[in-house]
Design a protein around this ligand. Sequence first.
Ligand code: ATP
Ligand code: MG
Length: 552
Amino acid sequence: MASESDPAPSNFIRSMIEKQAVDTVATRFPPEPNGYLHLGHAKSICLNFGIAEEYNGWTNLRFDDTNPDKESEEYMSAIKRDVEWLGFKWKSLCYASDYFDQLYECAEALIKSGDAYVDSLSAEEIREYRGSLTQPGKESPHRNRSPEQNLELFREMRDGKHSEGDHILRLKIDMASSNINLRDPAIYRIKKTHHYRTADKWNVYPLYDYTHCLSDAIENITHSLCTLEFEDHRPLYNWILEKARASTANVELGHPVQTEFGPLNLEYTVLSKRKLIELVQQGHVRGWDDPRMPTISGLRRRGYTAASIQEFCRRIGVTKSSAVIEMSAMETVIRDELNATAERRMAVLEPLKVIITSWAADESKTLEVSNHPNDPDLGTRQLPFTREVYIEQSDFEEVPPPKFKRLIPGGEVRLRSSYVIRCDDVIKDANGRVVELHCTHDPDTLGKKPEGRKVKGVIHWVSAANSVAAEVRIYDHLFNRPDPLAEEDYINAINPDSLLVLENAQVEASAAQAEIGSRFQFERQGYFSVDNDSTPERPVFNQVVGLRDTKN
Ligand code: ATP
Ligand code: MG
């Protein structure tokens, strides 16, 4: 894996462009607005925008809005926001629906040239006639309708004179082709759905393969980059463009070339809008931007930066083959970034009260503490030390396991950036649970080693009077196996413990006042961000990532 200082790694697409010595590189990112973008889309965005930028070209954002049943404006605005947040600027914002007139004209031209026909078989018959990988297809009895008959029928379809499923428009290519995509693919279907942009103008909508290549050509895209599953569609992509150029004199069409690359797959999650919708709709997560989701909005809410997602995409690179990337590859990037940039704070996630009996009740001493161990530019903050403090329950053991270096009855520990304290008394409730410790501090240990003895343990703490009660959300993988799709139903692979809510955390006041989206390292705990649900009265933090990789 590349390190941060490496130059942009070369890849086969860059090498191809170098060889072509083209004047310009024009690309597009063409999402269907039927869900929120995920990390797989981020890979495609970084590739399309990145490569165009590198060769002084441009990139369009194009909504492939040909299926009004599944698409919505909510999804479109979420997609725009995510692309912008990732740091990319499109040249034009385009919609396949803007080309509906041109696509329709082109379809009529293909009918006239004998390259398209109206079929009236049922969906089931069409499937049967298509054949299989080993069996050639069979020609439809309607295949030899005359162009005049086809034109009349197609116009009737457009005008709403037929019902959904009665007819479709197909290309006339080759029912015996070894490539199933060339066995007279459908290009238009009847659909009487209201479209959010074209309203009720259309009763027929074009299908993906037809729309996509023509949209690329209309926009003068030079490099149409898509994922591997479209490799077998490439002959169709080229067939349509060639026929369209030959049969339509009045539509200006460019010469895009399709190139496929390996899609991103990530362990312990699923990258598919259709599946992510199910997680949201069935209530397995709290929404599209749930911090456990592999969506761009989920990662943003979790505390990932746009730079870390770009860096992740740079490190995984672009190849001709499909690869499964470890989740830890993603975590390493954000951990490295936040280690360098995040200010340090102290937060006690599961508090145990400590009373410093040697400290006066009304006394408060302000300690000056640095915000980052290696970056003095991040400055210092003032931390009040008071008689009552909280430490982590797990930093005290009555019966310590071997090598336990933290607080034990009669033992000493240093409170980070503060004094060494000794535990004199352990207070328990009626059930024998430890509820409070009584300790004394050694006043000669502030910024100094204790005299005549060694104190090995250093633990984090917060002042009871100067900390704020907060909710802390700790996340684990959304699925409990690296390959959830290998399960018969991937829903069964959902990890029931992917969210742990700690309701009684106490955080330093300065972290509690931070704005939504701020990121900190909570010392000895990990990296955290202020969640959208946060209010000044009730701060809420998300764990972005732990301090080190504990999963592998
Ligand atoms: P999904 O199955 O999640 O809906 P999709 O490919 O159907 O994905 P589109 O909205 O059509 O979603 O995708 C827009 C672009 O993003 C396409 O060019 C597609 O190739 C690319 N893309 C989608 N998923 C991935 C992935 N896992 N890795 C890389 N690129 C991807
Ligand atoms: Mg899709």
